[in-house]
Design a binder for this molecule. Structure first.
Ligand code: VGL
Ligand code: ZN
Length: 208
């Protein structure tokens, strides 16, 4: 699988230069998905510093930054009380649905809410949100994607990005998996690579 990291090569030509048409998509970095949250992702808080560096870099280059968020009604079908697989999480407007405290959310960033009706779940940021139209309208061609969780919403968002014709670059150190079944995160990374995504470390992103 195509995985690049400066830590392995030490070569300058492995750097990935950002250009017009690039955008950053930050998936579901919300309090309920951090350790101690309602649906805590192990080490989920570790994505925040890596993403903040990317958010600053894209901002400096005037490239779009888009945040998705899980934004459920209190009786959402994915909750156990309604027969779903998950504990209640990311109820619209609740503290748990807020972005991680340390995450930089620029004033001009776009925020896309998903799975907002009781009857349907949506792991992908592209599902019934208008995200594809938004990104195309901004002239985006290549999406750099990080956030939570690798084996659910990141995976689904990357698959749909490629299905909608975007190039997808997954920020390997800026994702973490739930791992309900051991190995789910690694399988998801393999699946994303097989679908055509490139997986890179954020240390490779260059603004020149
Ligand atoms: C997610 C489980 C349930 C995610 C959302 O953001 O990956 N996972 N809802
Ligand atoms: Zn959810």
């Amino acid at each position: 699988m195509p995985i690049r990291s400066a830590a392995h090569s030490g070569l300058d030509d492995t750097r990935l230069s950002l250009r017009p048409g690039d955008a950053l998509v930050v998936v579901d970095v919300q309090r309920d998905f951090l350790p101690g949250g309602a649906l805590g992702v192990p080490d989920g808080d570790r994505v925040v510093p890596a993403l903040n560096r990317c958010i600053a870099l894209f901002g400096r280059l005037k490239l779009p930054v888009v945040f998705t968020r899980d934004w459920h009604p209190a009786d959402h079908c994915s909750f156990r009380a309604q027969g779903g697989p998950w504990p209640p999480h990311c109820v619209a407007g609740s503290d748990g649905a807020a972005f991680a405290a340390g995450l930089t959310v620029p004033d001009d960033a776009s925020i896309v809410s998903k799975a907002t009706t009781a009857q349907a779940d949506a792991y992908s940021g592209f599902q019934r949100t208008g995200l594809g139209e938004l990104l195309r309208g901004l002239g985006c061609k290549r999406l750099f994607i990080g956030g939570l969780a690798t084996d659910y919403c990141v995976l689904a968002t990357v698959r749909d990005a490629i299905g909608e014709g975007f190039a997808a670059v997954v920020l390997r150190d800026a994702i973490r998996a739930v791992n309900v079944h051991p190995g789910d995160g690694e399988r998801a990374e393999r699946d994303m690579a097989e679908a055509g995504a490139e997986l890179v470390g954020t240390d490779l992103l260059a603004g020149d």
